[in-house]
Design a binder for this molecule. Structure first.
Ligand code: NAD
Length: 262
């Protein structure tokens, strides 16, 4: 299978830390020309040759200027990864207007504005890959995550719409659903062990995801190997959405192992 991402111009939002940074690093290793964006220049100063740019994806003018800047410097945009996102927690009764608006402004508005800015460029190229961060929460929300889950579900529908609108130009748009990847956003790894176990029991593969595992899926969606894939939501959650009560398999396996003396 040929991934062939050498010299591709790749724009990654939220590249300063967490999963986005590992996505950007992975494209660099694949030989792509990577431009990383985050709220501050310091966050993306790890990228060489001024390829780290400060922009707020909620700012429509900034997203247009950012894409224009990349086109001016590199001549094209082959891949846009809309990774930037925020987590907003609180029950429906607790969420403030500002919580809700901020969550949608970044998670949906940011994706929309970046896609709007890059669409004419990719149409003119008659090629391009848009890869958007959704979440398993788009399918199975957590209690206390109404704003976040609704915003990620909106990303999935935005992505499908975009896939339809850009299909005639050979541009693909896909979303991916990371599962539980410990980062500064969620603090999973710092939780008490009993709380970690409760969450891990919901995962078919019963371990935390690693940023690299998400990055590998993103690189696939951005590559020639995925040229006939568009409008999908790729689940990268260790089987969070596969079955109810996956821990039963671990209990059964444990019983079998004991039974055979393993
Ligand atoms: P993170 O908080 O560690 O990193 C997010 C990055 O996005 C930060 O560097 C932040 O500064 C940047 N960012 C935030 N708002 C921005 C804005 N307005 N403009 C530009 N940059 C902005 O988060 P993460 O855990 O690495 O998550 C990355 C993406 O994956 C998010 O969209 C998140 O919703 C999604 N996701 C993560 C998980 C997980 O388990 N970590 C699960 C499902 C989905």
């Amino acid at each position: 299978m040929e991934l062939d991402l050498t010299d591709r111009v790749v724009l990654v939002t939220g590249a300063g830390r967490g999963i986005g940074r590992v996505i950007a690093e992975t494209f660099v290793r694949e030989g792509s020309v990577v431009v990383g964006v985050d709220l501050t220049a310091e966050a993306v100063a790890w990228l060489p040759d001024g390829a780290g740019l400060a922009a707020d994806v909620t700012d429509g003018e900034a997203t247009r200027a950012l894409v224009a800047d990349v086109v001016e410097r590199f001549g094209r945009v082959d891949v846009l990864v809309n990774n930037a996102g925020i987590n907003v927690e609180g029950s429906i009764e607790e969420l403030t207007d500002d919580d809700w608006d901020r969550c949608f402004a970044v998670n949906v508005g940011g994706v929309f504005k970046m896609c709007r800015a890059v669409a004419p460029v990719m149409k003119a190229q008659r090629s391009g890959r848009i890869v958007n961060a959704a979440s398993f929460a788009a399918i199975v929300p957590s209690v206390g995550a109404g704003a976040y889950a609704a915003s990620k579900a909106a990303v999935v529908q935005l992505t499908r719409t975009l896939a339809g609108e850009l299909g005639p130009w050979g541009v693909t748009a896909n979303a991916y659903a990371p599962g539980m990847v410990p980062t500064a956003m969620n603090g999973f790894a710092e939780m008490p062990q009993a709380a970690q176990d409760r969450l891990l029991d919901t995962l078919t593969l019963r371990r935390w995801g690693e940023p690299q595992e998400v990055a590998d899926a993103v690189v696939f969606l951005a590559s020639d190997a995925a040229r006939y894939v568009t409008g999908t939501l790729l689940d990268v959650s260790g089987g969070k959405l596969a079955t109810q009560l996956p821990q039963r398999a671990y209990e059964r396996a444990g019983a079998t192992d004991r039974g055979t003396g393993a």
